[in-house]
Design a binder for this molecule. Structure first.
Ligand SMILES: CC(C)(COP(=O)(O)OP(=O)(O)OC[C@H]1O[C@@H](n2cnc3c(N)ncnc32)[C@H](O)[C@@H]1OP(=O)(O)O)[C@@H](O)C(=O)NCCC(=O)NCCS
Length: 168
């Protein structure tokens, strides 16, 4: 059964391995040590009530971690929700795991404000379809941001009105 739960330090290794086994992430020069570092740092920042703390949620099937989402409640413009990384193990794709992870992150973010933002590379068509299916829309483009020659597309999903923004 697919289960969603908060990530723990003991999940870092499984999440880092999901990331680096996909050739996609090699384009970002994401090595196993760097993936571990980013995920560990995210866990570390949980302490306190800092606005930029990261949240990790993992999806499990049986005892195995099959995907994760790393997000920030106020990580965009120091105000709105930001999904930094989402990845599903190749063998578990196409079965609703990614959708369930995004739902989990969105439910948390939408409790604090009406917007979720993320970026997706212009070449990552698969992820663009995925996000559009979930209601995200392209609201901008940032050329040469992460990889020279590649444009990062800025995607947004919103449930809110301008008056609710003040609460973010
Ligand atoms: C993008 C990713 C997280 C999707 O996870 P997933 O578990 O395969 O997605 P789901 O099965 O939950 O799919 C949800 C919906 O997205 C759409 N979708 C998913 N993959 C798709 C694809 N390759 N092509 C078109 N649509 C797709 C489907 O319409 C699906 O809707 P359905 O359930 O009605 O069929 C996964 O492919 C992944 O880990 N990719 C590599 C990492 C990555 O690109 N991350 C994003 C970086 S910005």
């Amino acid at each position: 059964m697919l289960t969603m739960r908060r990530g723990q330090r003991s999940d870092v290794e499984a999440c880092a391995r999901i990331v680096v086994t996909d050739p996609l992430w090699r384009r970002y020069r994401l090595t196993l040590p760097r993936a571990r570092r980013v995920l560990r740092e995210a866990m570390g920042r949980r302490v306190g009530r800092s606005r930029d703390r990261a949240e990790l949620a993992v999806a499990t099937l049986g005892r195995s971690v099959v995907g994760f989402v790393l997000y920030h409640l106020h990580g965009t413009f120091h105000s709105s929700g930001y999904v930094r990384w989402i990845a599903v193990a190749t063998q578990a794709r196409g079965r609703g795991v990614g959708r369930a992870l995004m739902r989990h992150a969105e439910a948390h973010i939408f409790r604090t404000g009406p917007n979720v933002f993320l970026t997706v590379s212009d070449f990552n068509r698969r992820a663009q379809f995925f996000y559009r299916t979930l209601g995200y829309r392209n609201v901008g483009a940032i050329p040469n941001y992460v990889i020279p020659g590649i444009t990062e597309l800025l995607y947004r999903k919103t449930i809110g009105s301008i008056t609710r923004r003040r609460k973010e």
